[in-house]
Design a protein around this ligand. Sequence first.
Ligand SMILES: [Ca+2]
Length: 388
Amino acid sequence: MRYGHSLVYPLLLLCVSADTPAQSPIPRVQMKSAFPNLPPFERPVWMTQPDDGTGRFFVVEQPGWIHVFPNDRNVAKSQVFLDLTRKTGVVHNEEGLLCMAFHPDYKNNGKFYAYYCAQKPRRTVLSEFQVSKTDPNKADPSSERILFEVAQPDGNHKGSTTLFGRDGYLYVSLGDGGGWGDPHGNGQSLKTLLAKILRIDVNSRTGGRPYGIPIDNPFAVGGGGVRPEIWAYGLRNVWRMSFDRKTGELWAGDVGQDAWEEIDVIVKGGNYGWNYREGKHPFKGNLPAGVQLIDPVYDYGRGSGVCVVGGYVYCGKKLPGLEGVYIFADYVMGTIWGIRFSPAKTLQYRELLRQPKNIASFAEDLDGELYLIAFDGKIYELEEMVAK
Ligand SMILES: [Ca+2]
């Protein structure tokens, strides 16, 4: 036994000494209203800014509106930028207008993208729109150019995050189409866009498509019904994902079925396991020989929460203790957590705040500052608590 200890103890010391010098504990936080005079939004689910020098914020309301307001802490009203309520028919709790992204060159081309659910037949739609030629605070609803529509078997699990990568390509998350346990086997099928993260080029066209397929997409060659838009698969319902601005890594929160919520770092062509696995745990069927699954970097069970909301790796200035920390939450419980990898690649974890509001999404401004979007209709920011 003495011999065993003498081997283990120096290894532990080595790990601690490698981790501690650059890493102080992740601080706890509190929430405060970011725009206290704004009237509440109706089921806000997303907020973003175009890189056009105006500093304006745009908030997506699930029933089908995009609102715009100036970046002024004392702002007292917003205005409707786009009204898609006639298109969005919201039947299920998870349907509606769910996300938007501004083209990286929005300042010059006025293009943006919206992901919404529509009915009769039930489907999700990714469309390009343009700003009005006469009013920068109004979109031109007649400018819609549909990029794709995907038939949806059920009303839940719509994914929806739509964002541009540093490579200029548009990444879109789609859920497995709903029902219980992925009844159509969409997670592991490369012949459907459901249960995937897609990567497309809005600036070009490939074949008859209204968008291009980047030649370095993992399944770009296609054939046999394989969809060349796929970037990663085996994902049940990535409601929110984001890029780490410093590393370019794509972080995703994949909502679980009955037991496990997970955080994934998405890589090209990766298979994230659904529905063989839920989190790091077996779910259905036997894994065929040769199939490689990528485990989440973190998962949590029903003792902690019910529905993960992916956030951002913090890279702003206001919260220096959270630099490099991936901040995420549970929609139902309201709990907010932070995780980061130490220089020795061990995962550090902390519960940052317990609070009762339903967190629908996080948002990041152009400076990398973080916001929380709650279903009380308000936008919040975080403050660091004094370290204890
Ligand atoms: Ca998984």
